[in-house]
Design a protein around this ligand. Sequence first.
Ligand code: WTA
Length: 647
Amino acid sequence: MSDEKIYDVPADWKAKAYVDAAKYEEMYARSIKDPNGFWGEQASRIDWIKKPTKVKNTTYDPHNVSIKWFEDGTLNACYNCVDRHLPKRAGQTALIWEGDDPKDDKTITYKQLHEQVQVFANVLKARGVKKGDRVTIYMPMIAEAVVSILACARIGAVHSVIFGGFSPDSIAGRLEDCKSTVIVTADEGLRGGRKVPLKANVDAACDKVGGVNTVIVVRRTGTAVNMEPGRDFYYDDLALTVPAECPCEEMSAEDPLFILYTSGSTGKPKGVLHTTGGYLLYASMTHQYVFDYHDGDVYWCTADVGWVTGHSYIIYGPLSNGAISLVFEGVPNYPTTSRFWEVCDKHKVNIIYTAPTAIRALMQGGEGPVKKTSRQSLRLLGSVGEPINPEAWEWYYHVVGDDRCPIVDTWWQTETGGILITPLPGATRLKPGSATRPFFGVVPEIVDAEGKVLEGATSGNLCIADSWPGQMRTVYGDHQRFIDTYFKTYPGKYFTGDGCRRDADGYYWITGRVDDVINVSGHRMGTAEVESALVAHAKVSEAAVVGYPHDIKGQGIYAYVTLMAGEKPSEELRKELVQWVRKEIGPFAAPDLIQFSPGLPKTRSGKIMRRILRKIAEDEFGNLGDTTTLADPAVVDDLINNRQNKK
Ligand code: WTA
């Protein structure tokens, strides 16, 4: 691959960054050879109440997967993100909030954050929340989202944040799974000039499941919402009734910090459980090194706090490092497609961390909306959530970054807690489209279908050979599912579910999911979830959902739907089904294309052959592979003839 483009590390980055190429090699080698020594030293980057004497205690043995880091240490995550900065940075900005409307913004200093978090924590306590209780947070991107999350951490409550785009059904499922009795929400959210009925969604969710005894409502738009007496309270009313000070709860390193639900290839979304010490340390260290964060830098991660990227890289990573973290309520194209870059100019953003889908969407508008802004403050660009195609990478680099800013393409997952494969901007030569090299302590392995470890330049399935501190510890309430999902396919290894190529330079190129998970605009979804939403419709008998390449979203959702006997396909029904899925799961899960098909390709034992459906959706039907095991091969011709046009 001699014609491959390589971007060298700029000289000023080499000189100023924490880590240059030589130091990366040295630190990486040490982290692998002596994980106990390496992570034991790193432990001192966070403040402990009781310093751990033990470091790594982990096994991937599929009969008994057990992951513990720093197990005899105690600490508080909120203390690390707020209180410990007060001596030095009480007056420094912690959060810059930029509203949906460009006229709305504010800053919150570490001192103010400290005050607000304590009050919020006392409000939770006053409503009976204790250490270990689960608190559900369904919030727009406002400062109170961050404050409520930190308030949970302060009192040892386990937060379960649900992205504001999820439907009442999805909220209900999550409430039920973690048996949460308290919900924090807002009257409405505001995104791209449109209102999101958050409180109404919470009401609908509470109608479906019992058990919620408190709904705390933060006023965002001020609109009148239904308030259930005895259950629903406005936050500002409660805040007046509690004391100003709230001490931090002493937590064991392995006490749960949060649950975050994520989709897999089968079944309901899993409650990914992260614990306190290892997670915080890993989020903090990756944030510092990957973004080469230095004191005073203005850092902006455009993700929503409802996803893991928001947890680790808006809140826990940056705030534990005493950073200035920008929280953006809006969307990239409102009021105009210059918005991202205007926000950069307005707040003098030095580091921006966003998703390929946003870059591709903005690319469509051409260079004009970018070039009319200055962007001179930008020094580093980040990408996360899905593979970034080289074309989008180059556009990000040349048009947004004016050829001046390295790009860190960071690969990781909800399960990994923090970034695992990534360039370090002062150390790593960049190849557009490659997440490049592993972070400290991370041992990627590429295996074939049988689990044989492949060496050198190769491609296959991506596993991680050993544990790192930020790794998830279990699926909430179902440790066996944790083992079955991640440690059974290739015994003794953590299986990521991603396909991957490694080139001759040892660079990793993530090719996307190899399971039945699709990634639509960086939103991770199980095809099974969309299928069960579709079959819940009275007119649908069967459904199969696959992903197909989509110019902006990365992957689009292609649904094959078989109707109940007597039902007729129509445009109207197509629209109805799209609306149905929006309502069942959330707007981001709406199918892009629906093909009505009288039959689905099945094996004689009745298993749907998704491989064939994927190929047809990708327009690769010349190459369907072996179809001889199909119960009725004629089904395939019908599917091909009636496939949906992608324009
Ligand atoms: C994909 C988001 C290629 C991958 C942090 C992974 C990526 C899934 C990248 C996790 C990247 C994330 N390059 N693919 N830089 N980052 N992915 O749990 O398929 O929402 O398994 O975590 O996103 O999605 P999740």
